[in-house]
Structure formats: C-alpha cells, structure tokens
Design a protein around this ligand. Structure first.
Ligand code: PDD
Length: 285
C-alpha cells in the first residue's frame, strides 16, 4: 500500500508529495512540528499536542494555517488513508514559500502544512521496553529556545548519530554545568539513590514533553516521590533507575549510560509501572 501525505490541501502518494525549494522550512528550518501517538486508531493527547503547537507557532510568529478543527480533520484523514492503528502522526508547519531572504516573508505568505502518518510495530516496541535501551551523554550545543518545537534539529541529529555509532538508542544532552537537560528526542528521568523520581524542570532549556506531563500525573496517582530539578551525569550513573519519555516510545527504560549499567542493568520497576499505567491517564480522541 502506498503511503499518503497531506501537503498544502492535497492528499498525495509520498513520491509526489513535495514542497518548494524556496520553502522556508527547507531554507532556514523556519518551521515547527508535532508528533502525536496513534493507538487503536485514536490520537493520544491530541489536545495537549495542539496546545503546544499553538505555542510554538505564536513564539515564532508563524500564522496558523487553518482552524484547529480543520487540522484535526486532516490528521484523522491522514491516519485513515495510511491505515494506521498504532503508530504516529507527524505534522509540520513552516513559514511558507518565498524568495530566500532572512527576515519574515511578505504579509499574507501562506504557511506550508505537511501531515504524514506511519505505523509502529507495537510488539517490537514492547520488546525494546522489556529489554531497555542504552544512552550516551554528549554536550548540549543547542540554541537557547529549545522549548519551541522547531524543525531546527541539527544538534539532535548529530547527538543521535553519535549514539547510534556507539550502539546506543538515545543521547542525553548535558549542559555546561554537567547536568542532563533532556534526550535528543525525549525527556530524561532518573530514580535517584534515595528513591526520588527526578526530571529537569520546564524552562527554555528543554522541550515541554507531552508524555512528560502525563507521566507526572501517573507518578502522582501512583504516590511516587517526585521532584522537578536538574540532575548531573554523575547522579545518573549512580541512579536506581533511568528512563526516557516521548510520544513514540512512551516510557522507555534506560539500562546503561555511557556503557555503565544503571543499577543491575535491567529495566526498573518504577519505569515499568509508569509505562504500564500510561494510557489510563492519556486522553484518546
Ligand atoms: N520528540 N525532547 C525532545 C528534544 C524531543 O524531540 C521530544 C519529542 C521530547 C518528548 O516530547 P513528547 O513527549 O511531547 O513527544 C522531548 C519527538 C517524538 C520526535 O522528534 O520524534
């Protein structure tokens, strides 16, 4: 079955789905995106993803290309046309097409919209979660507004490639003070030596992960001791547990950091319980 993408008002086979070479997303990474989980044919936490999209657009002063209701229809139609039951829907909005010039294009330039969807092998994901993943640490060399979900992801690309070359699935980004901000495409968590669930506080230095916000609710419902504060790489090496969260992986246990096993080198109980209960707290629409 050929994959179908939505591009600026049309549903097209991927091989014909194209944007202009003068699209500002291509020229300047001048655009934003969202990745939303699809489970059982439903969108997961759509409301929160759309709220974050609105915020990203307004922070960058990119016009909303269509109403929220129209966008909701396009996402569902893209999921349907690709017959995705379990997977992700990807949405990208750029500042549109205009002759290459750094300042914003003329008023009235239409933003570009691309929506794609793809299936995930749930069994494979569950197997990965049962095994856990390795992470490496690399310096966080990103710009100072990574709370905006922009498509400017070159540092993340380099970090994740370094991870792959070292046999790891994720790279944890480390600030100048030796503290872990987040992963290349996920939020980072530990269960500290004293049993505290810890993740970096919100701010301009991390993406406000939707999965992160739901996991906080799950942790509260489970009565876990929880703290939002930065943790160092040294603290992570000594942690009882570590894991990452993202829309595509939900809660993924981390079993080694820079080649050192986390605790006994197996997925932790806290991470596994958060993963188990996640979808009871997520919104399906
Ligand atoms: N990545 N931090 C970064 C840098 C991310 O790119 C992501 C998401 C997250 C987790 O956010 P959420 O829980 O809302 O997915 C944190 C997506 C999945 C991606 O780029 O594919």
């Amino acid at each position: 079955m050929s994959r179908i993408a939505y591009v600026n008002g049309r549903y097209l086979p991927h091989e014909h789905a194209q944007v202009s070479i003068e699209d500002r997303g291509f020229q300047f990474a001048d655009g934003v995106y969202e990745v939303c989980e699809v489970r059982g044919g439903h969108l997961v936490d759509e409301r929160r993803h759309m709220a974050r999209l609105d915020r990203s657009l307004s922070e960058l002063r990119i016009a909303r290309p269509m109403s929220a209701a129209a966008l909701a229809v396009v996402m569902r139609e893209t999921v349907r046309r690709n017959r995705v039951r379990d997977g992700i829907v990807y949405l990208q909005i750029t500042r549109g097409v205009s002759r290459r010039d750094f300042p914003f294009p003329p008023r009235g330039t239409q933003p570009s919209v691309v929506v794609t969807a793809r299936s995930n092998d749930l069994e494979r994901l569950e197997r990965a979660a049962a095994e856990g993943i390795a992470v490496i640490t690399v310096p966080d060399i990103r710009w100072q507004r990574v709370d905006i979900k922009s498509v400017a992801l070159l540092p993340n690309v380099l970090a994740k490639q370094a991870a792959r070359e070292q046999g790891a699935r994720e790279a944890w980004l480390v600030d100048a003070q030796g503290r872990v901000t987040e992963g290349g495409s996920s939020n980072a968590w530990i269960v500290s030596r004293d049993g505290m669930l810890v993740t970096h506080p919100l701010g301009r230095d991390i993406l406000p992960g939707i999965t992160r916000s739901v996991v906080i609710e799950v942790a509260k419902a489970q009565g876990l001791a929880f703290e939002e504060r930065a943790f160092t790489v040294e603290e992570a090496y000594a942690a009882r547990e570590a894991f990452v969260t993202s829309a595509s992986q939900i809660v993924m246990p981390v079993i080694s950091i820079d080649g050192r096993p986390v605790a006994n080198g197996a997925p932790g109980l806290v991470a596994s319980a958060l993963r188990r209960d996640y979808h009871q707290h997520a919104e399906f629409s």
